[in-house]
Design a protein around this ligand. Structure first.
Ligand code: DGY
Length: 320
C-alpha cells in the first residue's frame, strides 16, 4: 500500500513531483491557508504531512492525524507554528528546512536595509506619480551605509551570513547572542555586546532570532527608545519579536528613522497605521521566496518525509 502524504498548500513543481514518487499525494486544491478545522479534517489518516509556517500544528491537529502518522515536515526553517512537545507525545517526528534559505533570507534583510536607508520605494513611487522635476540638493536624503554600525540580534545561520556580508560595506558589526561566536568575530571583526548596548550604538538593527517565549516583544517601546533617532530597524525573523503597535508609534513620532519589515505580528494582518507611514518598507513575508530556494526547501521536506516513511530518523528532526 502506498503511503498517504498530505500537502497543506501546493508547492513548486519540483518538490511536488518528488513527493509523488514517495506515495499518494493529496494536496489542498486551493491556493489558500487552511482553517484549523480543515487541517484537523484533512490530516486524518495521513502517513506524512507537509505543512507550512501558516499552519498552526497543535495537539488537536497532531492527534487528528492518527497513530500511523510518522512526520509533519515544515516547509520553513522557523517552527514556532508547531507544538513539538505534543508531536513527541504523539510519536510524530517534526522536521524543518535549515541551511537552504540562509542566504536568501539574509539577502532580503539587506534589500530592506538599502530600501529604507536610501528611500528606494519612496523614490519609485515619486517617479511613477510623475513628480520628478529634476535633480535637487535635498531630494530624498537618506542614511549612509558604508562605514555605519550594524547591530545583529541573533547571529545564527541567517544573522551570521547577514553580518558577514557587511564587510563589503566596511561596516562595524556588533552582535547580540546568548553565546559568543568566535568564528564570526574572526570573519568580520564583530563585537559581542548586550542588547541595550547594541540598540544604543547601532545605525541599523537587524533581527534574526527565532520566535520563543523569551523573544516575543523583544523590541518594544523601551527598546525602541534606546535606539538612535537616525536608526533603522529590519525584521525578517518573526513578527511578534517586535511590538508592532509600539513600532508604528516610534516611526510616526520619529523615535527611530525607518523600518524594513518582511514579517508582521498577526500575519496576514498588520498595523493599519504602518500603511500611511512613508518611513516603513514592507514585504509580504517573502524572505525565502527565490525559485531555487523554494525548490531546495521542498526537496528537504521530501528527504525528511522519505526517511520517516522508511522508519529512519529524518535528517532535520526537531524532536528532542
Ligand atoms: C522560514 O523558513 O522560517 C521563513 O520565514 C520562510 O520564509
Amino acid at each position: 500500500m502506498q503511503p498517504n502524504i498530505y500537502v497543506t498548500r501546493e508547492l513548486p513543481e519540483k518538490p511536488m513531483a518528488a513527493l509523488r514518487k514517495l506515495g499518494n499525494v493529496i494536496c489542498n486544491p486551493e491556493d489558500r491557508m487552511l482553517t484549523h478545522e480543515e487541517l484537523i479534517k484533512n490530516v486524518a489518516g495521513m502517513d506524512a504531512v507537509l505543512c507550512l509556517l501558516t499552519d498552526p500544528i497543535d495537539e488537536a491537529v497532531l492527534k487528528a492525524a492518527g497513530p500511523q502518522c510518522k512526520i509533519f515536515a515544515n516547509y520553513a526553517v522557523g517552527y514556532n507554528n508547531i507544538d513539538i512537545t505534543a508531536a513527541t507525545d504523539c510519536a510524530i517526528w517534526v522536521s524543518n528546512t535549515p541551511g537552504v534559505l540562509t542566504e536568501a533570507t539574509a539577502d532580503i534583510a539587506w534589500a530592506l536595509l538599502f530600501a529604507c536607508a536610501r528611500r528606494i520605494v519612496e523614490g519609485d513611487r515619486y517617479m511613477r506619480e510623475g513628480k520628478f522635476t529634476g535633480w535637487a540638493p535635498k531630494l530624498f536624503l537618506g542614511q549612509d551605509i558604508t562605514g555605519a554600525t550594524l547591530g545583529v540580534v541573533g547571529a545564527g545561520r541567517i544573522g551570521g551570513d547577514f553580518a558577514r556580508k557587511a564587510k563589503a560595506f566596511g561596516m562595524k558589526v556588533i552582535y547580540h547572542n546568548r553565546r559568543r561566536d568566535e568564528a564570526l568575530e574572526r570573519d568580520c571583526d564583530a563585537e559581542w555586546v548586550t542588547l541595550p548596548e547594541l540598540l544604543q550604538r547601532s545605525d541599523y538593527v537587524s533581527l534574526h532570532v527565532p520566535l520563543t517565549m523569551e523573544t516575543r516583544h523583544l523590541i518594544g517601546e523601551k527598546e525602541l527608545k534606546m535606539m538612535k533617532p537616525t536608526a533603522i530597524l529590519i525584521n525578517t525573523a518573526r513578527g511578534p519579536v517586535v511590538d508592532e503597535k509600539a513600532l508604528a508609534k516610534a516611526l510616526k513620532e520619529g523615535t527611530i528613522w525607518a523600518a524594513g519589515l518582511d514579517v508582521f505580528e498577526n500575519e496576514p494582518e498588520y498595523e493599519m497605521e504602518l500603511r500611511d507611514l512613508p518611513n516603513v518598507t514592507m514585504m509580504p513575508h517573502v524572505a525565502s521566496a527565490t525559485i531555487a530556494t523554494r525548490d531546495r526547501m521542498g526537496m528537504m521536506c521530501v528527504e525528511n518525509i522519505q526517511a520517516a516513511l522508511s522508519g529512519k530518523l529524518p535528517p532535520n528532526c526537531l524532536n528532542p
